[in-house]
Design a protein around this ligand. Structure first.
Ligand SMILES: *Cc1c(COP(=O)(O)O)cnc(C)c1O
Length: 413
């Protein structure tokens, strides 16, 4: 066994926005014996998870499952659709959008990084890292591309570094309004199974996702949901690819198998997660996250601290970023809260380092775990000498008490 030098009592509060807490049900499912991935029993598992995950993405088209973290699935999306030197339009919503952009550059893709150009009142250097994708900027840029050189538009659905959930349907409309043939590729690594997402209806060509956020699994598997146009593009895409090549995987998946050893035990976990999420009903899952997010934001508002997302229309249902007052190091605060209350919060990433922290409210949580998270943060803020306008804990409790979750919450599985 892994020897931890301290063993606090009770549950650790893993309130980072992914990995999210893994339900016991999923951990138990994953403890089943590993079976022969080419044996007769395996196909049942393979076919079940492959069709279940289509329902989560809301797609009728293939979903590829990789034994890789979300970053691997980002790479797969680019490799399978693009050729060296291809021009791609990306949008800077935050740290994850920036990392995907950096990856594309490393792969030899010519990226153009669009961003909102305004100046922010609370964080003058935040640039576009407090807002969602402005679809009109994408439309305007595509209209100028009369030679149709831009091969793809890449955006992040739920920007986990900031807590902003962009309007993906609006991005599709912008591409169509410009009459442009570019593929639409979306990172919904932290949006899937927590925030409303519709691969087919929103005309997304490749959706990239991962296991350790809304799906409540440990890290280690990730996804590419495809469209017929993406599959078509993959036939002529020239970036070198082998392990990540869709063609062979999609072909073998038809019988419930993979060309290589899949992550058998993570697939047991995925099977269980699908039973839980689809049993509850996706729309109920989305509503549950929206309600939690509103409760946590009520707490932050009561403290009088600014929320990282500056546009209430695109508040994330998955996490809330909180800007600390000038001179209060958000990472020192996180460290204090971790040491004193065994509560992990998300760090400020990239250029937000030290200026904000992130509170996750996704997956296997409930009203009381979220009240506890708000309490841990409130105690930490007070210990750090931050003057609070009022009690966030009281506001979060009032919100949850005053907005009962719809009952009964059916969980058919
Ligand atoms: C977590 C996350 C990633 C990175 O995924 P890994 O599993 O850490 O490789 C990328 N994009 C977003 C939006 C994420 O939330």
């Amino acid at each position: 066994m892994l020897q931890l030098d301290i063993h606090p009592t009770g549950r650790h509060f893993l309130q980072i926005p992914g990995p999210s807490p893994v339900p016991d049900r999923i951990l138990r499912a994953m403890s089943l014996p590993t079976i022969d991935h080419r044996g007769p029993e395996f196909a049942g598992l393979g076919l079940k998870v492959l069709s279940g995950i289509q329902q989560i993405f809301k797609t009728k088209h293939p979903v590829v499952i990789y034994p890789a973290s979300g970053t691997g699935a980002w790479e797969a999306a680019l490799l399978n659709t693009l050729s060296p030197g291809d021009h791609v339009l990306m949008y800077e919503t935050g740290h994850f959008a920036s990392l995907w952009n950096k990856m594309a550059t490393k792969l030899g893709i010519a990226t153009e990084f669009l961003a909102w150009e305004g100046r922010d009142e609370h964080l003058p250097n935040a640039g576009s890292w407090r807002r969602g994708v402005q679809a009109e900027l994408i439309e305007a840029r595509l209209r100028k591309d009369t030679e149709k050189k831009i091969k793809a538009v890449c955006v992040v659905h739920n920007e986990t570094s900031t807590g902003v959930t962009s309007d993906i349907a609006a991005v599709r409309q912008a591409i169509d309004a410009a009459g442009h043939p570019a593929l639409l590729m979306v990172d919904s690594i932290s949006g899937l199974a927590s925030a409303d997402f519709r691969h087919d209806e929103w005309g997304v060509d490749v959706t990239v996702s991962g296991s350790q956020k809304g799906l409540m699994l440990p890290p280690g598997i990730s996804f590419n949901a495809l469209s017929p146009r993406a599959l078509e593009a993959s036939k002529s895409a020239k970036l070198p690819r082998a392990f990540f090549d869709w063609a062979e995987i999609v072909e073998m998946n038809k019988t419930g198998y993979w060309p290589y050893t899949p992550s058998t035990n993570l697939l047991y976990g995925l099977s269980e997660a699908l039973d839980m999420v689809l049993g509850e009903g996706l729309e109920n899952v989305f509503a549950r996250h929206q309600r939690w997010a509103a409760g946590v934001r009520a707490g932050v508002n009561a403290w009088g601290l600014p929320i990282q997302c500056a546009d209430p229309a695109v508040y994330s249902p998955v996490l809330t970023g909180v800007i600390t007052p000038e001179g209060v190091d958000a990472d020192a605060l996180r460290k204090l809260i971790h040491e004193r209350f065994d509560l992990s919060l998300g760090t400020g990433l990239g250029k937000l380092k030290g200026r904000m922290f992130r509170m996750g409210h996704l997956g296997d949580s409930n009203d009381l775990t979220l009240v506890a998270m708000v309490a841990g943060v409130e105690m930490g803020l007070k210990l750090a000498g931050v003057k609070l306008a009022g009690s966030g804990v009281q506001a979060t409790m009032d919100h949850f008490a005053g907005h009962p979750a719809p009952l009964p919450r059916k969980n058919a599985a």
